[in-house]
Write a protein that binds this ligand. Structure first.
Ligand SMILES: N[C@@H](CCC(=O)N[C@@H](CS)C(=O)NCC(=O)O)C(=O)O
Length: 236
């Protein structure tokens, strides 16, 4: 077993777990105990100075990698799967565009939605969240238009890529959090291409295994997720 995934339940590390499962890469996971603040411990900060999951260690090469998008690209390049190769320049260009957009905009906004108080404090959270919901709706509209114009069912047309898992994770968090003010499900359900993509994603065995591994056994992971806090949890 040469890959190690440092994770906590239902967090950004889950996107990496779905990709690992889809790629069929053997890995073991190491729970980061956020209840005791392990993410801030000197040992974990050596792996990621920002104190965030996911972190993946490739024990064969000694590479320690954080940042969801970087890890997804690393795993895709390692296996030659779930991303167009660099020889396919047009395909790779579309892929990179989505990977970066997911990372620096869609995931970033999902985090502001999830952790609003961390960004603006408690007094302003209620004023910021409607704006973030608007932004998420715009992002999902962009996905819908892209698939409509380029053909689906996935972001890259008929080829599943790590970007689809990343999109699934972002939509899931946005529909779940915060418990009393998540994104209106219509933002997803009114967009048939997006809805079909997510419906296909959640029937995949890899996705089911990834959720089961964290003790999450819902019937709909992406289209109607139950609120599950991003904490250590009981799953493992
Ligand atoms: N930009 C990072 C963000 C990772 C991140 O924010 N992880 C969250 C979980 S979703 C985390 O580890 N939070 C720990 C904490 O807030 O203490 C990435 O893409 O991996």
């Amino acid at each position: 077993m040469s890959l190690v995934l440092h994770y906590f339940r239902n967090s950004a590390s889950h996107v990496v777990r779905m990709a690992l499962e889809e790629l069929g890469l053997p890995y073991r996971d190491e729970l980061v105990d956020t209840a005791s603040g392990e993410q801030h411990s000197p040992a974990f900060r050596k792996l990621n100075p920002r104190g965030l999951v996911p972190v993946v260690i490739d024990e064969r090469s000694g590479i320690v990698l954080s940042e969801t998008a970087a890890i997804l690209l690393y795993l895709a390049d390692l296996t030659g799967c779930l991303a167009p190769s660099i020889d396919d320049r047009p395909g790779r260009a579309v892929f990179l565009r989505w990977l970066f957009l997911l990372s620096n905009t869609i995931h970033a906004d999902a985090q502001i939605q999830y952790y609003t108080e961390r960004y603006v404090g408690t007094d302003f959270a209620d004023r910021v969240r409607p704006k973030i919901h608007d932004r998420m709706r715009q992002h999902l509209h962009l996905v819908e238009e892209h698939i409509d114009g380029h053909g689906g069912p996935w972001l890259l047309g008929d080829t599943l890529s790590v970007c689809d898992f990343y999109l699934g994770g972002c939509v899931r968090w946005s529909l779940m959090a915060p418990r009393d003010d998540p994104l209106d499900p219509e933002a997803v359900h009114a967009r048939p291409h997006l809805k079909a993509l997510l419906a296909s994603l959640e029937t995949r065995d890899s996705v089911k295994r990834a959720f089961a591994a964290e003790g999450i056994g819902e019937s709909s992971y992406f289209l109607a997720p139950e609120h599950i806090p991003m904490t250590t949890g009981q799953g493992k």
